[in-house]
Design a protein around this ligand. Structure first.
Ligand code: C5P
Length: 221
């Protein structure tokens, strides 16, 4: 019997992680943040001062990394046994992660781990290519989006709550740039799967989005 897999894809700041966690909670599924895995490899590369255009070295790093995702609120992220939950969210990592995620070898290594996780247990997986590449046979697929301005506002709030000073114009620009890189790369670009339900969350509350997704999943069962 196939385990229930729910794919939630979309651009940065669309609210995927908040929504995905709550959906997982309601349906008793395990939440998997795949962006955190790309961030962990990026952190390792920055720490090791690996040039971000050295594809083979980055692939090697990914292969040698042990990444564990533990719990849901917050999901703690371990890199080779070290808790890097906070460190993978710094602006420095955010600025570099799309470059690391562009490397085909890095994706191959992480996608394989993601598929294995979904074989072990029912999951709500949050990412960019879950419905298209990682779990093309997921029973329910959602593409969550919102305007770039709305997404920048949400990210700004998140970062300010953590004590960062924010230049909203620069942040909007950074989000646009990251969307651009993620949407136009050759390997696994950010595009909705043909069978994904597209939800524009601009002007919707978290509760409304979660409700909509849970209702769609229940209807499909
Ligand atoms: O979800 P989050 O914003 O933390 O993801 C960080 C980056 O990781 C994305 O901008 C994207 O470049 C990459 N990513 C990806 N595929 C995924 C998840 C994240 O390429 N499934």
């Amino acid at each position: 019997l196939d385990k229930l897999s729910v794919a939630i894809d979309g651009p940065a700041g669309a609210g995927k992680s908040t929504v995905a966690k709550q959906v997982a909670n309601r349906l008793n599924l395990v939440y998997i943040d795949t962006g955190a895995m790309y961030r962990a490899v990026t952190l390792k590369a920055l720490r090791g001062e690996v040039d971000l255009d050295r594809q083979e070295e980055l692939t090697g790093l990914a292969r040698q990394s042990r990444i564990d995702l533990v719990g849901a609120t917050p999901q703690r992220v371990f890199l080779d046994g070290e808790d890097v939950t906070e460190e993978i969210r710094t602006p420095e990592v955010s600025r570099s992660v799309s470059l690391v995620a562009m490397v085909p070898g890095v994706r191959e290594v992480l996608v394989e781990q993601q598929r294995r996780l979904a074989e072990e247990t029912g999951v709500v997986m949050d990412g960019r290519d879950i419905g298209t590449v990682v779990l093309p046979r997921a029973q329910a697929k959602f593409f969550l989006t919102a305007s770039a301005e709305e997404r920048a506002r949400r990210r700004a709030k998140e970062l300010m709550d953590k004590g960062y000073t924010i230049d909203i114009t620069a942040l909007t620009e950074e989000i646009r740039e990251r969307d651009q890189l993620d949407s136009n790369r050759t390997v696994s670009p950010l595009v909705p799967a043909g069978d994904a339900i597209i939800i524009d969350s601009s002007g919707m509350t978290v509760e409304e989005v979660v409700h909509r997704i849970v209702a769609e999943i229940k209807q499909g069962e």
